[in-house]
Design a protein around this ligand. Structure first.
Ligand code: SF4
Ligand code: SF4
Length: 110
């Protein structure tokens, strides 16, 4: 017999049901909205702001590369970094975390 703690961990289907599911759409079997592939879909088109390096300030610490959630920061042979704008979504995390204030977020021209 399972303990109360194990029982509590079980997912109760009624909790997970969304309005769509309640109306008969089985989300779990839906094949329309599968997880996306950012390599296939160039997500840079969503961007409103574009990060730009100020190389004179950059200390080549690599933090921007580590924190980018989209792996859009690429190392260059000279130790600096560059952006892959096809996939950068302009979230600004790299600019926020840069200790040298060497990344500026500029409004994207559409
Ligand atoms: S986080 Fe800033 S200082 Fe560090 S490598 Fe990136 S741009 Fe340069
Ligand atoms: S703005 Fe966001 S997605 Fe673009 S390079 Fe910086 S951390 Fe990555």
């Amino acid at each position: 017999m399972s303990s109360k703690t194990e029982q509590d961990r079980k997912i109760r289907p009624e909790v997970l049901k969304t309005d769509l599911e309640k109306n008969g759409l089985n989300i779990s079997r839906c094949r329309t909205c599968k997880p996306g592939s950012t390599l296939k879909n160039k997500t840079g088109g969503w961007r409103n702001f574009r990060p730009v390096y100020i190389y004179e300030k950059c200390t080549k610490c690599g933090i921007c590369e580590m924190v980018c959630p989209d792996m859009s920061v690429k190392p260059r042979e000279d130790g600096f970094f560059e952006y892959d704008y096809d996939y950068c979504k302009g979230c600004g995390v790299c600019a926020n975390e840069c200790p040298a204030d060497a990344i500026e977020m500029v409004l994207e021209e559409k």
